[in-house]
Design a protein around this ligand. Structure first.
Ligand SMILES: [Zn+2]
Length: 138
């Protein structure tokens, strides 16, 4: 099923051109037009799902295989030193297109594209306990 207002659905339908690097029966991968690094790729299920929260479990194996295949292809063909795989859910986490997608981002030593390490919080035992209680509450 497609969403007529979704740019990724339009790519799947061929209504918008893309630089495809991988395709199988249920997934598609294409180069990001505003990449973080050279080879930054978007991997999507062909069906429209907003994010991981509404993605059916029965689709996961095929989709994650596609993500892995794309990762291997990029690593080998571009000679990347490393790969970041990123996935954002909802605007607050940086999701811009509301069609489930993984970013597969090749990295090279000292490419300085974006920081590998981010500032970590230094929580107290009490703060950790509070979070644990919230998450594990029935
Ligand atoms: Zn879509």
């Amino acid at each position: 099923m497609h969403d007529e207002n979704c740019i990724f659905c339009k790519i799947v339908q061929g209504l918008i051109p893309s630089s495809k690097i991988y395709e199988d029966g249920s997934s598609l991968a294409f180069l990001d037009i505003a990449p973080f690094t050279k080879g930054h790729t978007i991997v999507i299920p062909k069906e429209h799902y907003m994010n991981m929260l509404d993605f059916p479990e029965k689709e996961m194996t095929a989709y994650f295989s596609a993500v892995k295949n794309v990762t291997i292809k990029i690593k080998e063909k571009l000679g990347a030193d490393g790969i970041n795989i990123m996935q954002n859910n909802f605007k607050a986490a940086g999701q811009v297109v509301n069609h489930l997608h993984f970013h597969v981002i090749p990295r090279w030593e000292n490419d300085r594209a974006f920081p590998i390490r981010v500032k970590k919080l230094n929580l107290t035992k009490e703060e950790l306990s509070e979070i644990l209680l919230k998450i594990n509450a029935p």
